[in-house]
Design a protein around this ligand. Structure first.
Ligand code: SF4
Length: 348
């Protein structure tokens, strides 16, 4: 069993990140933040999918002001993502943001960062120091690996905040490159007590982005590193949440909704296993209870191979066997596979 890294908890609008709390799933809206109604609608959909903290981009003052209205329409903690203009961070705090994400390097001089930190401190609002490999300060940290440079830059910002007696800190060090990201998080994990927000940035479209994110985030989580995760995909954000939970479920870190076990099918199968598994997956998307469901391609090996499943189907020639915990329950006709299986899922 993995041993999770001990970290100091921070409270983001009522959600604890770090300190042994469950790994929190977050996402980011892709609506225009100034359009409060559209942003609220998207956040509600994300919450339904299991998102626990939401981040919105704050590119200008109107976006910062819209946070007031957005907060009225949602129940998730909201993190304001600020680049470049420290005044937007101050405005977002005034609007009631529950957390800030800044890259201090692009906020500008120390005094500006100081003003943001002191305003956050006054409201007990945590700040994520969010460094990306692509936006490392150009003039500093020229030597060493990209990971080491990211860590050194982050540590300098950490020390700056600590000098202001501010420790509501979270850190992320994301890169597109998976080994760089893993190295960066491993290095920083040993040097600070703060919770870590883990992700692979600009991971790509679902086909490749899911794999890059799963390998990067999954490896770190298995090393015990990571208090909150965000999967970045070039896709509707609700997909990020689904993938995040699949990563967490695969490591037994969180339970949410069903787990689908399905065999790849082989020469022994006499059924459309792929079609059936896809149809079952679609129907399971609406199920919230943590149930393990199996779709197997033959009656010989199916039930045995899926013995840990709560309920499953093993497809034979024109007829299939519904089973529970590996034990045969009854036989059904091919046309009834989907409904018979779902009936058992619902009865659990
Ligand atoms: Fe092949 Fe049966 Fe195993 Fe599926 S369960 S892969 S059909 S042996």
């Amino acid at each position: 069993m993995m041993k999770r890294r001990a970290s100091r908890p921070v409270n983001i609008g009522g959600v604890t990140v770090g300190g042994g709390a469950p790994v929190i799933v977050q996402s980011m809206t892709n609506t225009d933040t100034r359009d409060a109604a559209a942003t609220i609608e998207q956040i509600r959909g994300l919450e339904e999918a299991g998102c626990e903290i939401i981040r919105v981009a704050v590119p200008d003052r109107r976006a910062a002001e819209a946070i007031v209205d957005i907060k009225k329409g949602i129940s998730l903690p909201l993190v304001a993502d600020i680049h470049f203009d420290y005044r937007l961070a101050l405005a977002a705090l005034e609007s009631g943001a529950d957390g800030l994400r800044i890259n201090p390097g692009n906020i500008g001089d120390e005094d500006r960062v100081k003003q943001v930190v002191l305003a956050a401190k006054e409201r007990s609002v945590p700040i994520r120091i969010g460094l990306n490999a692509g936006s490392l300060p150009k003039t500093q940290y020229r030597s060493g690996s990209v990971a080491a440079r990211m860590v050194n830059a982050a540590l300098a910002y950490v020390r700056q905040m600590e000098a202001l007696d501010f420790n509501l800190i979270k850190i992320s060090l994301k890169a597109f490159d998976v080994p760089t990201t893993i190295e960066a998080y491993r290095l920083i994990a040993e040097q600070v007590p703060y919770p870590l927000h883990v992700g692979i940035t600009e991971a790509g479209t679902p086909r490749t982005g899911v794999i890059r994110s799963s390998v990067g985030i999954g490896t770190l989580l298995w090393l015990g590193i990571g208090d909150t995760i965000r999967v970045s995909l070039t896709a509707p954000p609700v997909e990020e949440v689904t993938v995040a939970y699949e990563i967490l479920k695969s490591l037994d870190l969180r339970a949410r909704g069903p787990v689908l076990v399905s065999c790849p099918s082989c020469g022994r199968s006499e059924a459309d296993v792929i079609g059936l598994a896809q149809a079952v997956e679609e129907r399971l998307a609406k199920v919230t209870k943590p149930v393990r469901v199996a779709v197997m391609g033959c009656v010989v090996n199916g039930p045995g191979e899926a013995k840990d499943a709560d309920v499953g189907i093993a497809c034979g020639k024109g007829r299939g066997v519904i089973f529970k915990k590996g034990q045969k329950l009854r036989t059904v006709e091919e046309a009834d596979y989907l409904e018979a299986l779902m009936k058992e899922v619902e009865s659990l």
